[in-house]
Design a protein around this ligand. Structure first.
Ligand code: BDR
Ligand code: CA
Length: 311
């Protein structure tokens, strides 16, 4: 099994991904570390506790970074995920205890406890990972790898023409994470935005799993409204589940490897600049390290994996 820490900002596709990880026998979730992003960090932590309780998962939940590395407080994505992060379904919060550690400290503690075993799966902005690198400069040696949902390598962004939301939200943190000496695999809009799940898909999740799938189905309606263009078929994207699917079934994906950096200037903020396949980065391009980038995914295989795992 894959030991993971899931770094998250729930969030509707976060919720779908968290339940997917809980349901997958191939994955052991050591804890949920929360961060600001779709919602403020307090709400993110509260939502993560509710999701754990609903799924009867007795694992640590930590509260992490509430602001970007540089710059003013972020704007949140309530217009995508609802005022509550769960599509305004008025789901009653389930009370529970937060682990007293910060998200970054928890990541460092777990990495020391299981050296070389943990994959950090980050499905929100990257502040907790950047801070963990500052707390423990040896962290890259202590973890197995880093899989992120974020970025847009060879396709447009979803916040600006060049930037995807998770990276845009904390570009400086992302640049620190991309520049560290570990294996980063990026599941960006190249693959996650390319797969549109029909409204029937969440109905199927709800049929297979009344409690968890039912929650996702209910929460997703607001999210589907956001994704659906007027008059078109109702669809949405489940970005955050992709890095998890790759852990379970890597054969569903095609990856390329290229030197990459994250832009932090105002105009290009959050752009993930990746050397295209077949090109080599100039030695003049300092600070760029190699990252793995998902470029293709088997959409039917992916959908089936989600459905089978929720069942
Ligand atoms: C990412 O941004 C958030 O809105 C989603 O939860 C996902 O992590 C997609 O750009
Ligand atoms: Ca997310």
């Amino acid at each position: 099994t894959h030991k993971i820490i899931l770094d998250t900002d729930p969030g509707i596709d976060d919720a779908m991904a968290i339940f997917f990880a809980f349901q997958a026998p191939e994955i052991e979730v050591l804890g949920l570390t929360t961060v600001f992003g779709n919602v403020p960090v307090d709400m993110s932590a509260k939502n993560a506790i509710t999701l754990c309780k609903l799924a009867e998962q007795d694992i640590p939940v930590t509260k992490g970074v509430g602001m970007p590395w540089v710059g003013p407080e972020s704007s949140y994505a309530h217009f995508v995920h609802g005022d509550d992060g769960f599509g305004n379904i008025d789901f009653p919060a389930i009370e529970g205890q937060l682990d007293p550690r910060s998200s970054a400290q928890f990541i460092v503690d777990m990495a020391r406890q299981y050296p070389g075993e943990i994959t950090l799966v980050a499905i929100g902005p990257l502040g907790n990972l950047a801070l963990a690198l500052r707390l423990e400069p040896e962290l890259p040696k202590l973890v197995k790898g880093v899989s992120i949902m974020g970025g847009a390598a060879f396709v447009p962004g979803n916040v600006t023409p060049v930037a995807e939301a998770n990276i845009w939200n904390d570009a400086h943190a992302a640049e620190i994470v991309f520049a560290a000496d570990w294996e980063v695999t990026m599941f960006g809009l190249d693959v996650t935005n390319a797969v549109r799940f029909k409204a029937q898909f969440v109905e199927t999740l709800a049929e297979k799993n009344k409690k968890l799938g039912g929650f996702v189905r209910d929460a997703a309606q607001f999210y589907i409204d956001f994704y659906t263009k007027e008059g078109d078929e109702r669809v949405c994207c489940f970005h955050d589940a992709f890095p998890l699917a790759h852990l379970i079934k890597p054969e569903l994906f095609e990856l390329t490897t290229g030197h990459a950096r994250v832009a932090t200037d105002e105009l290009n903020r959050g752009a993930t600049i990746v050397a295209p396949p077949g090109t080599t980065a100039s030695p003049l391009w300092t600070g760029a390290r190699k990252v793995h980038v998902a470029t293709q995914v088997d959409r039917d295989g992916l959908e089936q994996l989600f459905i089978d795992t929720y069942a």
